[in-house]
Ligand binder design. Structure first.
Ligand code: AMP
Length: 186
């Protein structure tokens, strides 16, 4: 199964992607995690992306599309995957369309997780305390939510119009949200 998991920061995309990965035996691919790995290891990609990530801005499409293309071409992605944090704008949707066409593997569903802003802020605050992510300061969180509202939220309509959207309420327990997602995919 080939899936996108979408929704604002703090809605639980990473957590749910990990559970789906286990349940469906497909890799969860997070562009944010790939960038963070490269930042930590100070690779050329990490150094190029750093200035954008530190400001809560999107890394340029050219760079981001290439890491996704390379990742989807890997062996463990042959039988499916869950993309978390990509696509983030319309140009990335188009780039993904081209990649999938070239691979001959259409997308099955786009899962949109929904939660109130107060729930998102609370979860991100908690994550900031636990993980100590450099981009989890109040200013950068606000910037990232802003970028999400302007550039990424409109993509949900694109996948709705294609008949691929599965919308899930992401308040409540982690396990019950995961069950709801799996039930909706079946
Ligand atoms: P995330 O963990 O998904 O919130 O991503 C953390 C940061 O990585 C974002 O604020 C962006 O700077 C960068 N990033 C992750 N995914 C993308 C993407 N699809 N396009 C551009 N930048 C991204």
């Amino acid at each position: 199964m080939r899936l996108l998991i979408m929704g604002p920061q703090g809605v639980g995309k990473g957590t749910q992607a990990a559970l789906l990965s286990k349940n469906l035996d497909i890799p969860a691919i997070s562009t944010g995690d790939i960038f963070r790995y490269n930042l930590k290891n100070e690779t050329p990609l990490g150094l190029e992306a750093k200035a954008f990530i530190d400001k809560g801005l999107l890394v340029p499409d050219e760079l981001t599309n290439k890491i996704v293309k390379d990742r989807l071409a890997m062996d463990d992605a042959k039988n499916g995957w869950i993309l978390d944090g990509y696509p983030r704008n319309e140009s990335q949707v188009e780039a993904l369309d081209v990649m999938l066409k070239e691979l001959g593997t259409p997308l099955d569903h786009a899962i949109a997780l929904n939660a109130d802003r107060s729930v998102l802020m609370e979860r991100m605050q908690k994550r900031a305390e636990i993980e100590g992510r450099a981009d989890d300061t109040p200013e950068i969180i606000a910037k990232r939510l802003d970028v999400y509202a302007h550039e990424t939220a409109p993509l949900i309509d694109i996948y709705r119009n294609r008949g691929l959207l599965v919308e899930i309420d992401s308040t409540g327990g982690i396990e019950s949200i995961s069950k709801n997602i799996l039930a909706a995919l079946r």
